[in-house]
Every structure is written in structure tokens, then in C-alpha cells.
Design a protein around this ligand. Structure first.
Ligand SMILES: Cc1cc2nc3c(=O)[nH]c(=O)nc-3n(C[C@H](O)[C@H](O)[C@H](O)COP(=O)(O)O)c2cc1C
Length: 379
């Protein structure tokens, strides 16, 4: 049997297989208040499997941390029951759920950031988008964080982790990828600071370390993962030497004994394949620097996933888009069954349709509205 379908130890957990769910913001909370909805619990319950790891979509750690109206957040008591229902749905199937925690930084808009000006390490012109009541609109201009504000944001991460723990999550994942706040500190295209948080890479990882230490203080290192996206292009992010920067990040993370290092291959830009057919690259240069479990994500198909784990470049593979339309993805991959194509139009908001209504294999037939373009992109 291919190693992808064998057990693995990840932090405090003994997994039954190595096919993980990648975090996907699907913009289906109940408004106002970003209340996790029953359809979200259905969605995650359907994708849970015995001994399988699910990384649950990014949850903003404060109102100011938000980037997308309708996306998840975890900063007030009214959200507790909704999050608990999600953790319970995963546990009912014998799965494990890590909640991804995010601060969007400059990828935001005053209308979603609780009226506040978005913040970033430095003021660097940026032409990204945020999702508001008017749809995807240009982000608001951001301002540089004052050094004395940083402990407050670290504390937001800690409190969010406490809420996640109380709701029953098995662990949390620090979102240090895709050009959001932690990544904005790490990469020198967005971090122009001259204080202890900017300049050499040792300083640029300081915010990541502090946020990580806050999460570890709640869960313990063996229940905390970190996600990075070396050379990723989502969020207008850039670095003058990504290989050196992210090798250092991997080394630093190795020192904490965390549950896993999760990274996105640069052939992917956020929710889309930018460089189809591009080989797995980040895995090979990160592996030597990190001795714990590695989860690779981004553009994997069955063959690629099996080969990457077999080779030892990664221990697990996380799937996003294929998992969105195949609730029983680990089973289908193991038995080499056909996959249902995903539906891009339903990614960023909507109802149950093309979200929590995809059948498991044999429970239904593929539907006529299959999106041919996405089938090609996913190949
Ligand atoms: C609709 C959508 C939402 C996403 N939201 C998140 C997110 O909340 N956090 C994150 O780290 N990545 C997010 N991603 C990126 C995925 O986790 C994953 O890296 C990407 O889809 C590439 O993997 P795939 O080729 O298996 O789909 C999102 C992707 C999609 C399609």
C-alpha cells in the first residue's frame, strides 16, 4: 500500500492516513457576528474520517483582523456553540480538527475591519481586494503598526486559541501564509521596519515567534501547526530571497517541536493554479531544516501526492479544491476512484449548494453543472 494511506504520528496524534483537508475560507457564517453555521458543521463532518486531520478554515482573531465579510472569526462568546458543533462533527467520525487562526493585516477594508484602518508592518502600496457588503473591492489604505500595539495582537492570538480549545478543537494552526499579517512581517517586500521586528530575517520572524508562543502557551507545542507559503504570490507579497528566508523560518520552527510545518507549493496562488505542471519545489529545500512532520499542499493530484510522500519530501498532503467536492477524498484516493470536479463559483460564499451537498462515492452521480475549466485546472 502507498505510504500516503498509512498511519503517521503528528504531534500529539496518531493519524490513520496522510490525506489532510487544507483550510478553505468558504464565507458561510451567519451574519451579523460571524457565527459558524450548521452547514459548516455538516461540511466538516462530511469530510472527517477516522484518524484523518482536517485544518478548519481561517478564523480571524479580532474584528480588525478580518478580510472577508462572512468569513469565520473567533473573538466573541456568541460564536462558541457554532465552533463547538464543528469540532463535535469532526470528532463524531473519529477525525481531528485544527482551527487555523489568522490576522489579515493589510488585506482588509475599513468596512470589514470594524471601522478601523487596516494594519501592516509597514506602509507599502498594495492593490489587493477585500470582500465587503459591496463584493470584492480594493482594500483600504493601511498604516504601519506602532511597536507598542504588537503585544495586543499577540494577545488576540492567545485568546483566540483559548476559545478554540474551549470549543473542543484538537489544535490550532498559525496562518503565516498567503500574504496575511504574519507573512507580511516575514517577507522583506512588505516589512520595511527598522525596529526589532524588521531588517534581518531574525527580526522579521519575531512576530511569528511571539504569535506562535502565544498559541503554544494554550495548547502545547504538539498541538500547534504553522502554515507558510514560500514564494507564494497571493496578497502581493514578495521577498528578495525566499529560499533563505523560508529556510530560516523552517529552522526556527524546528526549535519549537511543533505538531507540523504546513506549506503551500508556489505553483498555487491562493485559490488558483498559477503554474500548472510546476514540480514540487518547496518540499525539497525545506525538508532538511525541519525534523518534524511536514504537510505539503498546493496543486496535488493522487499520483503527485503518493510520489511526494513516498520520496519523503512531505509526510502528509493537504488537499483543498478536490476535497471541496469530494467529501470522502481519502477513500477515493486510496481506491483510485474518480473525483467529482469542484465548482469555483461556490467557493466564496453561498448556501449549501455545491458546498455541503456533494455526495460520497456511490451515493449519487456527478452533476451536469460540472465546471470543465476547473477540471482541466485541477488535473
Ligand atoms: C475557496 C478557497 C479558500 C481558501 N481559504 C484558505 C484559508 O482560509 N487559509 C489558507 O491557508 N488557505 C486557503 N486556501 C488555500 C488552500 O488551503 C490551498 O492551499 C489551495 O487551494 C491549494 O491547494 P489545492 O490545489 O489542493 O486546492 C483557500 C483556497 C480556496 C480554494
Amino acid at each position: 500500500m502507498a505510504k500516503l494511506f498509512t498511519s503517521a504520528k503528528v504531534g500529539a496524534f496518531q493519524l490513520n492516513h496522510r490525506v489532510a483537508l487544507a483550510p478553505m475560507t468558504r464565507v458561510r457564517t451567519i451574519q451579523p457576528g460571524d457565527i459558524p453555521s450548521p452547514m459548516m458543521a455538516d461540511f466538516y463532518g462530511q469530510r472527517a474520517s477516522k484518524g484523518g486531520l482536517l485544518v478548519i478554515e481561517a478564523a480571524s482573531v479580532s474584528a480588525q483582523a478580518r478580510s472577508y465579510l462572512g468569513a469565520a472569526s473567533i473573538f466573541h462568546d456568541g460564536q462558541h456553540e457554532g465552533w463547538k458543533a464543528i469540532a463535535d462533527a469532526v470528532h463524531a467520525k473519529g477525525g481531528y480538527a485544527f482551527l487555523q487562526l489568522i490576522h489579515g493585516g493589510r488585506q482588509s477594508h475599513v468596512d470589514v475591519a470594524g471601522g478601523a484602518t487596516p494594519v501592516a508592518p509597514s506602509e507599502v502600496p498594495f492593490e489587493g481586494v477585500a470582500l465587503t457588503k459591496d463584493g470584492f473591492v480594493p482594500v483600504s489604505p493601511h498604516r504601519a503598526l506602532r511597536i507598542e500595539e504588537i503585544p495586543g495582537i499577540v494577545e488576540d492570538f492567545r485568546v483566540a486559541a483559548e476559545r478554540a480549545k474551549k470549543a473542543g478543537f484538537d489544535g490550532v494552526e498559525l496562518h503565516a501564509a498567503n500574504g496575511y499579517l504574519v507573512d507580511q512581517f516575514i517577507q522583506d517586500g512588505t516589512n520595511k521596519r527598522t525596529d526589532a521586528y524588521g531588517g534581518p530575517v531574525e527580526n522579521r520572524v519575531r512576530f511569528m515567534r511571539e504569535a506562535l508562543e502565544a498559541l503554544i502557551s494554550v495548547f502545547g507545542a504538539d498541538r500547534v501547526g504553522v502554515r507558510i507559503s514560500p514564494s507564494g504570490e497571493w496578497g502581493g507579497i514578495s521577498d528578495s530571497d525566499p529560499q533563505a528566508t523560508f529556510s530560516h523560518v523552517a529552522k526556527v520552527l524546528d526549535g519549537y517541536g511543533i505538531a507540523y510545518l504546513h506549506f503551500i507549493e508556489p505553483r498555487i496562488k491562493g485559490d488558483d493554479t498559477l503554474h500548472a505542471g510546476h514540480p514540487v519545489v518547496a518540499a525539497s529545500y525545506l525538508r532538511p531544516h525541519f525534523s518534524g512532520p511536514i504537510i505539503a499542499a498546493g496543486g496535488f493530484d493522487r499520483e503527485d501526492a503518493i510520489a511526494t510522500v513516498e520520496k519523503g519530501d512531505a509526510d502528509l498532503i493537504a488537499f483543498g479544491r478536490h476535497f471541496s467536492s469530494n467529501p470522502d477524498l481519502p477513500y477515493r484516493l486510496q481506491h483510485d476512484l474518480p473525483l467529482t470536479p469542484y465548482v469555483r463559483a461556490a467557493f466564496w460564499g453561498g448556501n449549501e449548494t455545491n458546498y455541503s451537498d456533494f455526495p460520497a462515492y456511490g451515493e449519487g452521480v456527478a452533476r451536469p453543472e460540472q465546471d470543465e475549466a476547473n477540471t482541466v485546472a485541477a488535473a
